[in-house]
Design a protein around this ligand. Structure first.
Ligand SMILES: Nc1ncnc2c1ncn2[C@@H]1O[C@H](COP(=O)(O)OP(=O)(O)OP(=O)(O)O)[C@@H](O)[C@H]1O
Length: 359
């Protein structure tokens, strides 16, 4: 006799099928157990992830952690050794199975832009729409130039454009036709702060902006520098040696990183051993266990329990980073808005004990 409340087998199977069908509706791109090696070097190892329309995922990892390889696997530009990528439940064919590698509904924006050098920025974008009727093409190119703030340089050749303009051209070209999935390789690297902010805002508006029409693209970007990514992503993956080590919201990975690597990849962090915690007025913990403390959770406070000497002050505009040497073993980086602190000062410190992260 079945348990009270247990469903008959047929019903249970039906529910599983319905759940899978619903997941297929929710997720546009699904990667399952992807692996890729180059000879003995395993670049991507057993990675599974899913992307939904209107979702912006940031994959963060150090140089060589496998970000570009994973992006190329997701875009159908590389064949996986194991695992598969599916778009709307259909397996994405890789270079071995298609004449031109890559899936037409998955747009990849490469780190090196890959623009055609002998035609203008406008023509580079228009080329993506070459099979469309002329009037529509011109209208759409005008729209993309406006969206990506490229009107003023539209007649420049790529070599006459700045890095930010080339990056925006590559994004505009990728968006020319409606795409289900947008994959961007290091969209913020090599750009100055104003250009980084333009691209950050552009991506946010395109994928998560309130005025964006449905269906929205699903977007995955890879970066080794998390700050910009954390501000616009709704999910963040931490990639280390080809493996996805953590997956969560920006706040989860920032405030509860899975390990020392994840803590360092997502922002400035002090790493302190358990045996040194009493130097900060905290109870001792497992002697060699690493703990993380973000600089914004340590404060200059005349009534604080710990004492140290200011080693350096780094002015940052809205705030300053201050390095305080507490002992031979611990130098703590903290933030302050005080203007009167300078190297050599003796200061007292308080840390937010509840913000200490066990790594
Ligand atoms: N075509 C290839 N042949 C051989 N090895 C490769 C190839 N492509 C990548 N690799 C190696 O695979 C590893 C992961 O490379 P990948 O470019 O994916 O890393 P990444 O995280 O994107 O690095 P970066 O941030 O520096 O671009 C590296 O050790 C790299 O040298």
């Amino acid at each position: 006799m079945g348990r009270i409340g247990a469903k008959p087998n047929g019903l249970r199977n039906l529910s599983v099928c319905r759940i899978l069908a619903l997941l297929n509706l929710v997720y546009v791109l699904t990667a399952t157990h992807l692996s890729k090696a180059f000879d003995a070097l395993v670049a991507v190892k057993n990675v599974s992830l899913s992307l939904a329309p209107g979702q912006l995922v940031a994959l963060v990892g150090a140089s060589g952690s496998g970000k570009s390889t994973l992006l190329n696997l997701l875009g159908g530009l590389l064949d996986p050794d194991k695992g598969e990528v599916a778009l709307d439940g259909e397996t994405v064919a890789g270079p071995k199975d298609v004449l031109v590698a890559g899936h037409p509904q998955i747009r990849v924006v490469h780190q090196e832009y890959k623009l055609m050098p002998n035609i203008s920025i406008r023509e580079n974008i228009a080329y993506a729409l070459r099979f469309y009727e002329r009037a529509y093409r011109e209208r759409r190119v005008d729209e993309l130039l406006r969206l990506c703030r490229l009107e003023a340089v539209q007649h420049h050749k790529p070599r006459e454009a700045s890095g930010g303009e080339k990056q925006r051209t590559a994004i505009a070209r990728a968006l020319a036709e409606p795409a289900r999935v947008l994959l961007l390789d290091e969209p913020f690297s090599h750009l100055d702060l104003p250009n980084r902010l333009i691209i950050r805002d552009l991506l946010f508006d395109l994928v998560r902006g309130v005025d964006q029409p449905e269906p929205r693209p699903a977007c995955l970007l890879v970066t080794h520098e998390a700050t910009d990514a954390l501000s616009i992503a709704d999910q963040v993956g931490i990639l280390h040696q080809g493996q996805l080590k953590q997956w969560g919201t920006p706040r989860q990975v920032y405030f509860s990183p899975a390990n020392t690597y994840a803590a360092r990849m997502t922002g400035p962090v002090n790493i302190i051993r358990g045996k040194h915690l009493p130097l900060l007025g905290l109870p001792a913990a497992e002697p060699d266990a690493p703990f993380g403390l973000r600089p914004e959770h340590a404060h200059l406070d005349p009534a604080g329990p710990a004492e140290g000497t200011v080693r350096a002050v780094f002015f940052q505009g809205r705030t300053s980073e201050v390095d305080v040497r507490i002992s031979r073993y611990v130098t703590l980086r903290m933030l302050t808005q005080r203007e009167d602190v300078q190297a050599g000062d003796q200061v007292r410190i308080r840390v937010d004990a509840d913000r200490l992260m066990r790594l």
